[in-house]
Write a protein that binds this ligand. Structure first.
Ligand code: URA
Ligand code: SF4
Length: 223
């Protein structure tokens, strides 16, 4: 029997996630932001959770932080279609202040409630490299009490990928100014570049053992 393609398996999980009411964020969301990109990519980027633009469109990293991520990806030699992008929490977390919704980090309970979706996603994609953007993603996927300033740029592994790295979150970088901004942005580009190089190395090893299938993705010749 032919194995079902990863795209179809992922679409089935996404269809179920769209109905999810497992945590209170279901009540205030406009869209579930499941994730998008190339599920055959060796490189998956995991952010914190949707913001306003993401909630409105249903797509990850399409606001200001997303534009900065795109720029950093390009500097690291990649485009969005080369990678898969998702978040640890699929619905927007926000607080209403003076009648305006402001993003907040997801709570531990929300992260736990949402974890089964991320778990299924990463288990189907089987990336070689995961890039965690920001502390919440790193504490969830690398180790609890992750110190983003000390531990970003270091290599770890987890049950989903042999190589896992954390980088500064683009939204954090946008809050810096002057030299601090430059330094933070540079570190993101460096970490994405390291991730791309690691993905390429691991892919070479994988291909030596198991040549890329004829229907193999031309886009992924990058890695
Ligand atoms: N920030 C995130 O962490 N994820 C998004 O999808 C957008 C902004
Ligand atoms: Fe479900 Fe996750 Fe949305 Fe909560 S954040 S409702 S767990 S999809």
């Amino acid at each position: 029997m032919m194995e079902q393609p990863v795209e179809e398996l992922l679409a089935a999980v996404e269809a179920r996630a769209k109905q999810c009411v497992a945590c209170p964020l279901a009540q205030t969301r406009t869209n579930v932001v499941f994730g998008e990109g190339n599920p055959r990519s060796p490189l998956v980027i995991v952010g914190e959770g949707p913001g306003e633009q993401e909630d409105a469109t249903g797509r990850p990293f399409v606001g200001r932080a997303g534009a900065l991520l795109d720029k950093a990806l390009r500097e690291a030699g990649m485009l969005r279609r080369h990678v898969y992008i998702c978040n640890i929490v699929k619905c927007r977390a926000c607080v209403v202040e003076n009648g305006r919704a402001r993003n907040r980090p997801p709570t531990q309970d929300e992260i736990q409630a949402c974890y089964p979706w991320l778990d299924q996603q990463l288990s189907l994609i089987k990336p070689l490299v995961i890039v965690c953007l920001g502390a919440p993603a790193a504490s969830t996927l690398i180790h609890k009490n992750f110190k983003i300033m000390q531990e970003r740029g270091l290599w770890f592994s987890n049950r989903y990928a042999p190589a896992v790295i954390a980088a500064l979150h683009p939204a954090y970088i946008l809050r810096q100014a002057g030299e601090a901004y430059e330094r933070a942005y540079r570190s993101l580009v460096d970490d994405l570049t390291a991730a791309r190089e690691r993905a390429r190395e691991l892919r070479r090893l994988q291909e030596q053992m198991q040549p890329l299938q004829p229907e193999g993705d031309d886009q992924l010749r990058l890695f």
